[in-house]
Design a protein around this ligand. Sequence first.
Ligand code: DX5
Ligand code: ZN
Length: 222
Amino acid sequence: MIRICPSILNANFDDLPNEIARVATTADLIHLDVMDNIFVPNFTFDFDASAEIIESSKLPIDVHLMVEKADIAGPRYATTKAFSVTIHYEATENVAKTLTAIKETGTRAGLAIKPGTSLEVLKPYLNLIDMILVMTVEPGFGGQSFMREMMPKVELARNWLRSNSFTDIWLQVDGGISTETIALASAAGADTFVAGSAIYKSNEPAQMVTKLRQLAQDAFLS
Ligand code: DX5
Ligand code: ZN
């Protein structure tokens, strides 16, 4: 099962309902990048603006929190209608408590690592998460180059999920995903793909989603 999640980071912020509608027939989830200009050097949406986008979206929203103090922000975002809330390991003090608080609201919980963070740090939390997010760029901006050197982390994560029967946990990659790179990530074992500029800079965003899905399907664990 392959999932394609367009990131609206590079869409037109003044017309998000329509930007989301452009991919509604082909995409699985909309990926919402929340940045606070502290955890990453960029700002996107505060809580109220995020909640409004989540509320009005035609597609379920996959929230990617790139904010400090995720112990507070994670559970707070989980009170919205978000489909999933992903926190960064690096921004969280009590990871188990925060994941549990997110899940208690009925929202799926994701745990993300930056490129410089070892996958090993996630191992103690596998029984508490619904999704692993392996960043394939430094978080903060769209349009950066895919870090191919992250693929061993994706392979290792897929091995853990398989050998421990955690087959329900999704394995997401985020950053630099395009028609050039998606097959690499899929062959390594990713099943959930965020793509921002590849989709929103294309003339036909909905068709680009379908194309990316096909490429991922053809390459999955090949
Ligand atoms: C980067 C964000 C990504 C970004 C991806 O910090 O987490 O979700 O929108 O954009 P592209 O696909 O352009 O790399
Ligand atoms: Zn993201």
